[in-house]
Write a protein of this length. Structure first.
Length: 740
């Protein structure tokens, strides 16, 4: 039990930060958050689908009444319920807890998270609970056949509930007559008669009649036209139907997506341009959980197949259940032009039904492996152990490979989750509250998506901001539309640009938001202020972009939270943000400039420890000890080298903070800085003081600044170094501009 719980945790944990994985999810959840009442019946009348009358009413519950973590808890809870009900049913039918447990192990080992409509992360709760109801209807019917007749109506009600939630379950009705016949002890004629009288058949016919009648008599003409556009048209072409069944069925088998996702995995997740990864490379990106999970799967596979013990009963019924799930689940889809087009012309590999097919796959694998080992055990116990060990090794490889694929999908889903989080943080900030009603925000990056993942339409973010920010602003995708709306509404003073950037192979997200002076056609966007929201683990990041209007003679100065950057700029600028001692999960940074204008569309924010905000490099030379993050020690004489990377003379103020801890309280000593003919002298004390010396550095040259003091050495018995002066690590060479 402990090992299976570990498998469940390691399988479900990556699903917690998946955000929205289908467009329907994004809009349905937004509707719930907006407080829209799900009409249910009205939607189902328009679509002509009776199931929407039920699922529409269940949407607020499924999406956690608009709360993300409630939604995810219910979603994963629904998945676990469907697995638990499968275990209960298989154990009841087979009489073997060992076989049922093996099916559960395979579910958690081989469950594939995909870009296709995957019920692991999309359409939460409702479909998975419908499957739970079906499994329980099978279990209660078997108990009723065994003598617990009071469970007969319970089984029928559970089955009808599953049909009303998802019409594809109609094909599962064929299992109940088979169960009725298998449970009988009479002759086959009597068994056949009782099978025909199974109430589930009549319940299925009644539901089918209700579905057809609902569509024929209640669906309006406009609804029929909408469904025709969606290609909800019956087509009984045998080849096209078989192709849908084959495509959507095979996608549930383990490692089906290894070939499909191979290029994007090696490029996006592992960082290679083409598929050149070796087995060693794969283990180079491994998380310990993948390896542990694969070992657990291998151990349980061996233990549950080799152990023997309980005898598996009614294998034929279980084989039929596996066949029905794998083959018949997609039969209703296969007869529809829409899904034929998806599978054949659009090369779609899977759909929501893949989740249901997967249950048939794990039952099939459990029957196959356990049956082969049991049969071989009747011939040779040693051969059975070897075969079980072989299956265990194979399950290890497949489990590990499945996690490699799932990790890539989970990474891109986490990026979508992070995008929504950073937008939520922007909406909750004073920056958003300061913008006026009726503002026009150009935000093309919000509508971008990684190939294969979810996309939203042009109205989505406007609605999202209105619901969450309680403010009427327009978020626009295309610059032409933004310019047209600006002209139509005379929106001067209400124009903004927003961009969200995410590191391709990292977990950092950045949001750039700035007011824009004009939306006139042919005029570059310009702003004197940038607000940047960082959500990253990095202690330091850099901001680079283009400037316009900078004076050639004096150059422009950029300010980071009011502090000037080290350098001055003309057409391009760089700013460095160090938050080592300001470590917050969400960090706002404000960039301003008075002598030029930013081009907000050119801004790029990346993690970096290399300063890019000036043309002078500060190098610590002889006399300095290694950086200790919070400070840097030196001897009585130490050298700072300034390197000018520009082909022009630079005037720079060398600024630093230093102390001499060896001095007594209130004491002082002489501190002298010498750089060629430039000299400066100060008094240094036991507490930090600020010091500055102005220098001229020739083009592409270096200048040594020698710092010396007569302060005594600090007494440190456990440190053999000569410790005299202690500097804060931020020693700056700030270029002197024309302005103050």
């Amino acid at each position: 039990m402990l090992l299976i719980v570990l498998l469940a945790v390691m399988t479900c944990l990556p699903l917690l930060h998946s955000g929205y994985t289908t467009t329907d999810d994004a809009y349905l959840n937004l509707g719930v958050q907006a407080g829209n009442r799900m009409s249910g019946l009205g939607d189902s009348v328009l679509s002509g689908r009776l199931q929407h009358a039920i699922t529409g009413r269940l949407q607020p519950l499924a999406y956690g009444w608009g709360h993300y973590w409630v939604m995810k808890s219910l979603s994963i809870g629904g998945i676990l319920c469907s697995v638990a009900s499968m275990f209960f049913t298989i154990r009841l039918l087979s009489g073997s807890a060992r076989l049922a447990t093996l099916a559960v192990v395979f579910f958690f080992a081989f469950a594939q998270n995909t870009y296709d409509h995957s019920l692991l992360t999309s359409y939460p709760l409702v479909p998975t609970m419908a499957l739970t109801a079906f499994w329980l209807s099978v279990a209660t019917w078997w108990l009723a056949l065994g003598g617990r007749t009071r469970l007969r109506p319970v089984s029928v009600i559970l089955f009808v509930c599953s049909l009303l939630v998802y019409e594809n379950f109609l094909v599962y009705a064929c299992l109940f007559p088979v169960l009725t016949a298998a449970a009988g002890t009479q002759d086959w004629r009597e068994r056949a008669r009782r099978a025909v009288l199974t109430p589930h058949i009549y319940a299925t016919l009644a539901v089918l009649a209700a579905i057809v009648g609902f569509r024929l008599w209640l669906q309006p003409d406009i609804g029929r036209e909408m469904m025709a556009v969606e290609q909800y048209v019956i087509s009984l072409d045998p080849w096209r139907m078989s192709k849908v069944i084959e495509r959507f069925g095979s996608s549930a088998f383990p490692l089906h997506y290894s070939r499909v996702y191979r290029p994007v995995i090696t490029d996006f997740y592992m960082g290679y341009g083409t598929f050149s990864a070796t087995l060693r490379d794969l283990f180079g990106v491994v998380e310990a959980a993948w390896l542990v999970k694969a070992i657990i799967v291998a151990y349980l596979t061996a233990a549950l197949t080799i152990a023997g013990g309980d005898r598996v009963q009614r294998r034929g019924v279980l084989w039929l259940i596996a066949f029905v799930f794998i083959v018949l689940t997609n039969l209703p889809l296969a007869a529809t032009v829409k899904y034929q087009t998806w599978a054949i012309e659009d090369f779609t590999h899977g759909y929501l039904t893949t989740y249901f097919v997967f249950f048939g796959v794990v039952i099939l694998l459990a029957l196959l492996l356990e049956g082969l080992v049991s049969w071989v055990a009747t011939l040779s116990r040693r051969s059975a152990m070897v075969l079980g060990a072989t299956f265990a090794a194979a399950s290890f490889i497949v489990s590990y490979g499945t996690d490699v694929i799932n990790a890539h999908v989970a990474l891109t889903e986490r990026r979508m989750y992070d995008k929504w989080r950073i937008v939520d943080e922007w909406i909750a900030s004073p920056v958003f509250r300061a913008i006026p009603e009726g503002s026009l925000i150009l935000a093309p990056s919000l509508f971008e998506h990684y190939p294969g993942t979810m996309h939203v339409f042009d109205d989505y973010w406007t609605s999202y901001v209105r619901v969450h920010g309680k403010k009427q602003v327009e978020v626009l995708h295309a610059r032409d539309d933004w310019q047209e709306r600006a002209r139509a509404t005379q929106a001067a003073g209400r124009l903004y640009f927003l961009e969200v950037t995410q590191e391709r192979r990292g977990d950092a997200s950045y949001l750039v938001f700035s007011p824009v002076q004009s939306a006139a056609e042919g005029v570059p966007m310009a702003s004197h202020e940038l607000m940047i929201l960082a959500h990253a683990r990095s202690d330091q990041f850099r901001i680079v972009g283009r400037l316009s209007g900078a004076p050639t003679a004096c150059r422009a100065r950029v300010f980071v939270d009011g502090e000037p950057t080290n350098g001055t700029f003309t057409d391009r600028f760089g700013a460095h943000v160090d938050r080592t001692r300001n470590a917050r999960e969400w960090l706002w940074t404000r960039l301003t400039t008075e002598d030029a204008a930013f081009d907000p569309a050119s801004i790029l924010v990346t993690d970096s420890e290399v300063p890019v905000d000036g043309s002078v490099d500060v190098l610590f030379g002889k006399g300095f000890h290694l950086d200790e993050i919070a400070y840097r020690w030196s001897e009585a004489t130490a050298v700072v080298t300034l390197r000018n990377r520009e082909e022009r003379v630079l005037r720079a103020d060398v600024q630093f903070e230093a102390q001499a801890p060896g001095l007594p309280p209130g004491g002082s000593a002489r501190l002298e800085a010498t750089a060629g003919s430039a000299r400066a002298q100060w008094m240094i004390g036991p507490d930090y003081g600020k010091y500055s010396i102005r220098l001229e550095i020739p083009p592409t040259s270096t200048v040594d600044v020698v710092l010396s003091t007569d302060a005594p050495r600090t007494v440190a018995p456990l440190d053999i170094r000569t410790l005299v002066m202690r500097f804060l690590p931020d020693v700056r060479a700030r270029e002197v501009g024309c302005g103050q």
